[in-house]
Write a protein that binds this ligand. Structure first.
Ligand SMILES: NC(=O)c1ccc[n+]([C@@H]2O[C@H](COP(=O)([O-])OP(=O)(O)OC[C@H]3O[C@@H](n4cnc5c(N)ncnc54)[C@H](O)[C@@H]3O)[C@@H](O)[C@H]2O)c1
Length: 311
């Protein structure tokens, strides 16, 4: 992206991870100069686009401000995070260290190097058990994990750094993101886990009856929303989702359809605290930023299955 003859520079933290690496790819397609900061604690070096400059660094590192001073980014898209809900419950101090202190370290560096705008991915985890559906941006917050608290806390800091220092921001509250490069180990995304199992002809495990509803949004749509938010002069909080209800049983049906298989799942007991129904409204981002999801879930699953890691 060229602005008055100069290429605009974007720092993407967590750019070796799942969502961050797709944002980097799209920024490069759009001719931005891209700098990736990632500790590789969860991401992979091979996810980083070869046209991006890569720094292996922890976002909590005190030296971060020097990197910002040297690179002088115009924008920051801050994806790096401890993103596991169970890990946040097991080790809330580490969760807060990475997600709150690490984000503050990024904001301080932004302040010192005059960054114009920061884009931040919050999460549907901040809403807890929905009181009404679809969940809109005004829905009451009811965090059920330390991860929900740490993700939401940063939204307050974003507002403070705008009020005090004029750093523009947008927070994107993403529903369940899925697509290529998502981690299928541990408690990664359900689509990544099911795709990997079913490709091997194995039965996916479903907790409960499979009728629980979620809102799955394809990662390239999230990347597009992040860049549109960055390019806009609006400071706000938006849901990023499809608003479409998909059950876990629907997912299995669609993966079977794409793979031309007929694998039935193994049903296990409900897990404590599992939310039965959650989907979100995307009306605000569609009306304000003119963003809309491009991929249907079937197309997204097809693209997820048709990747080198999967085939
Ligand atoms: N995946 C989803 O469904 C989803 C939904 C809502 C919000 N989010 C948010 O989106 C962001 C990206 O999530 P993701 O799914 O791509 O996760 P991911 O784990 O694939 O990516 C996060 C990246 O951050 C890096 N990282 C972690 N701690 C770091 C540290 N201290 N210093 C530097 N780098 C560090 C990891 O190595 C990894 O590459 C996170 O902020 C997450 O909270 C994700």
């Amino acid at each position: 992206m060229n602005f008055g003859g100069e290429e605009l520079k974007v720092i993407v933290t967590g750019g070796a991870g799942f969502i961050g690496s797709h944002i980097v790819d799209l920024l490069i397609q759009k001719n931005y100069e891209v700098i990736v900061i990632d500790s590789l604690i969860h991401g992979k070096a091979e996810n980083v686009n070869s046209k991006a400059k890569f720094y292996r660094m922890d976002i909590c590192n005190n030296e971060l401000k020097y990197l910002f001073e040297e690179e002088k980014p115009d924008f920051v898209i801050h994806e790096a995070a401890q993103m596991s809900v169970p890990k946040s419950i097991e080790n809330p101090i580490n969760d807060a260290k990475v997600n709150i202190i690490g984000s503050l370290n990024i904001l301080e560096a932004c302040k010192q190097s005059n960054v114009k705008k920061i884009i931040y991915p919050a999460s549907a985890a901040i809403f807890g058990e929905p009181e009404y559906l679809p969940i809109d941006e005004n829905h009451k917050l009811n965090m059920l994990s330390q991860y929900g608290v740490s993700k939401h806390t940063v939204e307050h800091y974003l507002q403070v750094y705008r009020n005090l220092y004029g750093i523009e921001y947008t927070s994107l509250r993403c529903s369940n993101v899925y697509g290529p490069r998502q981690d299928s180990s541990g408690e990664g995304g359900v689509i990544a886990i099911f795709c990997e199992k079913m490709l091997e002809g194995k039965k996916p495990i479903v907790f409960g009856n499979g009728n629980q509803i979620r809102d799955f949004v394809y990662v390239e749509d999230v990347a597009m929303a992040s860049i549109m938010a960055m390019e806009s002069n609006i400071n706000d909080i938006f849901n990023v989702c499809t608003g479409i209800k998909t059950s876990i049983n629907d997912l299995i049906y669609m993966i079977n359809t794409v793979l031309q298989k007929d694998i039935s799942p193994v049903y296990r007991d409900w897990r404590d605290g599992d939310i039965k129904q959650s989907w979100m409204s995307n009306k605000k981002i569609m009306d304000t930023l003119k963003w809309s999801p491009k991929y249907t879930i079937l197309e997204g699953i097809r693209k997820t299955l048709n990747t080198p890691k999967m085939v």
